[in-house]
Ligand binder design. Structure first.
Ligand SMILES: Cc1cc2nc3c(=O)[nH]c(=O)nc-3n(C[C@H](O)[C@H](O)[C@H](O)COP(=O)(O)OP(=O)(O)OC[C@H]3O[C@@H](n4cnc5c(N)ncnc54)[C@H](O)[C@@H]3O)c2cc1C
Length: 391
């Protein structure tokens, strides 16, 4: 995005990428439909960046969701608002957008250099490794947009952290965001249900309750509803070693209605058939319940207690899944280490943008929106920096 703005202004821009092609993580984001941004009112949108909302907030006001939609449409990809308010390209993919984008950049004179692995600085030069050989460059300005450290096979392994630390540039430790969590399932449950969704449930932590879908994995849980709580859960685990997530397996019915239905006679039906018949609980939901020894083949049960368990099933989360598996990265270059245009205070002329910066947000389009918006701000900073030098 920065390359597009700067090349349109007549600057000569070269993109160096360690992989053999551009935008691999962007393409991966497209596998889930490419949720570009969100249609909610801007004030609510900005709140999703949490405690650090002040800085991304002003940045997002300068390049708001509508601008991102306009940009996408200018590349021939119409957008639409999904039922949840999320915004997607009509193609539901990243590849046509990326192709059109690269073609525009090339027309504007942007050069792509692949297989260039950035190694750091040597005095005032930036150093790459290309086919094993060092390459030193002295550009007038540099933008580092090296991403976080999730999905390292796509090129983002966070190797820049060590380089920044050597230069004493302040960084908040990289941590998984929008991630799953380890749960100790029984062998039986793991074998039967790994890979299956738990649909139409709600998860809550403290006062925050999110309705949606939870994916069961062989060693834990993931999925949209869990991701939405992941920063709170991660912080709780950091402080207390575990976090208790409360599952509501039947969010559309209240406790008293569930209790009333559970008072109906079982007439020889198995526990799971009974729960399926009267509460329409899925097999995975019934079996989660049976992860609690109290509900394994109960002959007699107290409807009130069972209803409570269905509405408030506690799951012990042991740790977040590793950063490599997360959708995004929390932590990164501290805002104290950069000026208002994201130029590194310790490295005049070097800017940073995207997930490298220390912000986090839930899924829903907030990630790409902030990646793009920080790049727009950095591009304007580079423009100012270069014109200041020209004077
Ligand atoms: C599975 C998945 C689905 C996602 N879906 C969505 C979604 O629907 N909506 C959304 O908003 N967000 C989504 N995201 C997040 C989104 O993709 C990221 O926030 C975004 O790609 C980050 O952009 P970036 O420019 O900061 O870094 P990246 O896109 O990660 O790009 C960084 C680039 O830098 C290169 N690089 C790194 N180190 C070096 C080096 N030393 N030398 C040279 N090159 C280097 C990498 O190879 C990479 O190409 C998803 C992420 C994942 C993993």
């Amino acid at each position: 995005m920065a390359a597009e703005i700067l090349s349109a202004e007549g600057f000569s821009v070269t993109i160096y990428e360690r992989k053999a092609s551009a935008g691999r993580k962007f393409l991966m984001a497209g596998r889930g439909g490419l949720n570009l941004t969100h249609s909610e009112p801007l004030d609510d949108f900005i709140k999703k960046y949490g405690t650090k909302s002040e800085i991304p907030g002003s940045v997002i006001q300068e390049f708001p969701p509508q601008e991102l939609r306009n940009w996408c449409e200018s590349l021939g990809q119409k957008t639409f608002i999904g039922s949840s308010g999320r915004i997607f390209p009509e193609s539901f993919k990243a590849s046509p957008l990326l192709r059109a984008w690269i073609s525009r950049l090339e027309k504007q004179g942007v050069r792509f250099m692949f297989g260039y692995d950035w190694q750091g600085w040597e005095e005032d030069a930036i150093v790459f490794k290309n086919s094993g050989a060092p390459v030193c460059l002295k550009p007038d300005a540099t933008l580092l947009a090296l991403g976080g450290a999730s999905w390292p096979r796509l090129g983002t392994d966070g190797s820049w952290v060590e380089i920044f630390e050597k230069e004493n540039i302040g960084i908040a430790p990289l941590q998984p965001a929008n991630c799953g969590f380890f749960v100790e399932w029984s062998d039986l449950f793991r074998r039967r249900f790994a890979g299956q969704p738990l649909k139409s449930v709600a998860v809550s932590f403290g006062a925050v309750k999110i309705q949606g879908e939870v994916m069961i994995s062989s060693n834990g849980i993931e999925g949209g509803a869990v991701y939405a709580l992941s920063s709170l859960l991660r912080e709780e685990i950091t402080v207390n070693n575990t976090a208790y997530l409360v599952l509501d397996l039947k969010p559309d019915l209240d406790l008293s209605e569930i209790k009333k239905r559970l008072e109906k006679p079982r007439r020889g039906a198995s526990f799971s058939n009974y729960l399926r018949k009267y509460l329409n609980l899925s097999s995975v939901a019934v079996n989660i319940l049976m992860e609690n020894p109290e509900w394994q083949n109960p002959e007699h049960y107290d409807p009130e207690k069972l209803a409570h368990s269905i509405k408030h099933f506690p799951l012990t989360l042991l740790a977040p899944f590793p950063l490599e598996r997360a959708i995004s990265t929390a932590g990164g270059v501290l805002f104290e280490s950069v000026d208002q245009n994201f130029m590194l205070l310790k490295k005049p002329g070097v800017f940073v943008a995207g997930e490298m910066l220390d912000w986090e947000a839930p899924t829903g389009g907030y990630l790409l929106q902030a990646d793009f918006a920080t790049a727009v701000r950095a591009a304007r900073g580079i423009q100012q920096w270069l014109s200041g030098r020209a004077v």
